[in-house]
Ligand binder design. Structure first.
Ligand code: AMP
Length: 363
């Protein structure tokens, strides 16, 4: 079915499923465009609840609450990819869900994601489905070691995965990771990690932001630097692959694509690690230096508006503030730094509390 391309007017109510910092930043961007936001989240302490008066605190399987939420809004989006499939379908039957339930289903399951990408000739790491110890043995024989054993669902920030370096690592890793099936991925000897945040609207227009080069600490994104230090043809190729993905999904909204870059002896190459059907941590820099940032771009797409111009006006580095790092910030702010705190009251280790965008040089 073609998407409804009728733009929603100012004053429309956008429903967002999920109440984390991404929902909060989406809400702020939507408010700037004259929209109202209704957040649905089971956790009463959610950061997004602080920035809008319209909220539902209820479980994702509470159909009475979901129906009332759908009645109260004009269009629905989400800020995390682990929205249960049944919740997405329930909502989509009542109001437009953008991105749709299919994008969600593909990106919340590593196996579905890999087979979708491979089916579109997008390069992914070699992989095998693992349901039994015998499958794992066969997968190791096929892919070699080292390799990475991952859960297919609910993995994020390196959770739900084990590196296998020797055949003896297999049994413990298989026993530790739940639920089955798992996926064994060939180890990619990458030189860099980059990401592209891409947007597509209801009329099929596609715009992407410049690629960011990402550095992780303890499996959590630490910094995103733009421009990425990669050859221009690799940057162009990454944007092209991101476009192929959103077109193939008939996607509406912003999508993050994470790539491994293998520089190689002759020609550099790209491998897609994963896709996220939402605004992305590695796109937070856009708020400081782009004419339209990723949050506004997502809201524009969800509203069937024309996309904004993602042009970048300065070099920039985004740094996440994780756990206690939030406390060192106020003294460290200078004139070229944009601070964003998420309003979380408890600074647990590993928790994303905020970020800074450090503007390096106007173009
Ligand atoms: P993921 O949760 O799949 O995004 O993986 C988290 C991190 O683990 C990535 O950012 C990489 O640094 C590393 N990693 C994941 N998969 C692979 C792979 N197939 N080869 C090498 N490193 C990987």
């Amino acid at each position: 079915m073609p998407h409804d391309t009728t733009p929603l007017p100012a004053g429309s109510m956008i429903g967002i499923v999920g109440g984390g910092q991404l929902g909060r930043m989406l809400s702020l961007a939507a408010s700037r465009l004259g929209m109202r936001i209704h957040i649905f989240c089971p956790d009463a302490n959610s950061p997004a609840f602080e920035v809008t008066p319209h909220k539902t605190v209820a479980a994702y399987d509470n159909e009475v609450a979901l129906a009332a939420f759908a009645d109260a809004v004009d269009v629905i989006t989400y800020e995390f990819e682990n929205v249960p499939a049944a919740t997405a379908e329930f909502l989509a039957a009542r109001k437009p869900l953008r991105p749709d339930a299919n994008a969600l289903a593909i990106s919340q399951d590593r196996l579905a994601e890999k087979s979708f990408l491979a089916g579109k000739n997008i390069p992914v790491a070699g992989y095998r489905t693992v349901e039994t110890p015998a499958d794992l043995e066969a997968a190791i024989a096929a892919l070699g070691l080292p390799a990475i054993l991952k859960t297919t669902r609910l993995g994020y920030d390196g959770k739900g995965q084990r590196v296998l370096r020797a055949p003896e690592d297999a049994a413990a890793a298989f026993a530790a990771l739940e639920p089955k099936p798992l996926v064994l991925e060939a180890f990619v000897p990458f030189d860099k990690e980059i990401s592209v945040v891409v947007a597509r609207n209801a009329s099929g227009k596609v715009r992407s932001f410049d690629a960011a080069e990402n550095f992780h600490t303890n499996h959590i994104l630490h910094t995103s630097t733009v421009p990425a230090d990669i050859p221009p043809e690799i940057e162009k190729h990454a944007a092209m692959l991101a476009k192929v993905i959103v077109v193939a999904l008939d996607y509406v909204g912003v999508l993050g694509v994470e790539f491994f870059v293998v520089l190689g002896d002759e020609r550099p190459s790209l491998i897609v690690n994963e896709i996220a059907p939402r605004v992305h941590n590695s796109g937070h820099w856009t708020e400081a230096v782009c004419l339209t940032d990723q949050f506004e771009q997502h809201i524009r797409a969800v509203l069937s508006w024309p996309l904004g111009d993602p042009a970048r006006m300065a070099d920039v580095m985004m740094q996440n503030l994780i756990g206690d790092e939030i406390f060192i910030v106020p003294g460290g702010i200078d004139g070229n730094t944009q601070l964003h705190l998420y309003g979380k009251t408890e600074a647990r280790p590993g928790r994303k509390m905020g970020h800074v965008n450090i503007i390096r040089r106007p173009l």
